[in-house]
Write a protein that binds this ligand. Structure first.
Ligand code: FMN
Length: 233
């Protein structure tokens, strides 16, 4: 069975079933070379806010979502749903609702400190990326498990699990040659209505995916140096 057709069902209460795990050990020189290459490739990733409308290969996006879905999660509950939105009318609906919220935010709801933090990023309430990018991945957190009969079961470490999955998604998209933005309109309740999601799901982020526009610009930002982020004990 291909991984796309295997059906996972909740493992709550099942006994521990060990499976042998014996991956081949990578020779250290290869490991060192791969790490350096990956570091350089990841350093090239930028958040893109100006997209070309050119279509992207659907399978690349599906594979990136599949990569995200391999993320570790609290008690392996995999509390995520990725809604892939390609329909231009739905993207337009999301943009209209997001811009309405963002206008209120930039007009004062954010407060001076938040606005000052955003100033170097150069963002405003206009969100062209939501309609220019050919696809949006709207990520939902499953705050709890909801069975077909309405049974609810607690999910553990939902924020952490979905955050890790989104990090893996952004990495997979970048390493596959696509650009993305993690957009978090606040509040984002409108996404549940527009996309008709069940009550146990809460929107986490909207991720436009595509190619950068020919005239794309990004803020000139400096990343922390390694000695500013690492403490070796
Ligand atoms: C949780 C999270 C929320 C973000 N929300 C937004 C957003 O709503 N709009 C936006 O333009 N960028 C957003 N960003 C992108 C950041 O501004 C961006 O990652 C940061 O400026 C660093 O730029 P880089 O990704 O190009 O390195 C968000 C990033 C994260 C991690």
């Amino acid at each position: 069975m291909s991984p796309d057709t295997q059906q996972w069902t909740p493992t709550h209460g099942q006994p521990y079933r060990p499976a042998a795990y014996r991956p081949e050990r990578m020779p250290q020189p290869e490991s060192i070379a791969r790490a350096a290459e990956l570091r350089a490739r990841m350093d090239e990733r930028r958040t893109v806010r100006h997209f070309s409308p050119d279509p992207v290969p659907a399978q690349v996006v599906r594979d990136a979502i599949a990569c995200a879905a391999t993320a570790p999660s609290g008690a392996h509950q995999q509390p995520w749903t990725f809604v892939l939105v390609k329909d231009p009318a739905v993207r337009q609906q999301i943009r209209a609702a997001a811009e309405q919220e963002e206008q209120l935010s930039y007009d004062g709801r954010l407060g001076d400190e938040w606005l000052a933090a955003l100033r170097p990023i150069g963002t405003d309430a206009v969100k062209t990326h939501l309609t220019d990018a050919p696809a949006l991945i709207v990520v939902f957190q499953q705050r709890y498990w909801l069975g077909p009969d309405g049974t609810k079961r607690k999910h553990y470490y939902v924020d952490e699990s979905v955050g890790i999955a989104v990090g893996m998604l952004l990495s997979a998209l970048h390493l596959s040659g696509l650009a993305a933005l993690i957009h978090t309109p606040s509040p984002m309740r409108f996404l549940s209505h527009v996309l008709d999601r069940p009550e146990n799901e809460k929107a986490f982020a909207v991720i436009p995916v595509g190619y950068p526009a020919d005239d794309c610009e990004v803020p000139d930002l400096l990343r922390k140096s390694l000695d500013q982020v690492i403490v070796e004990v």
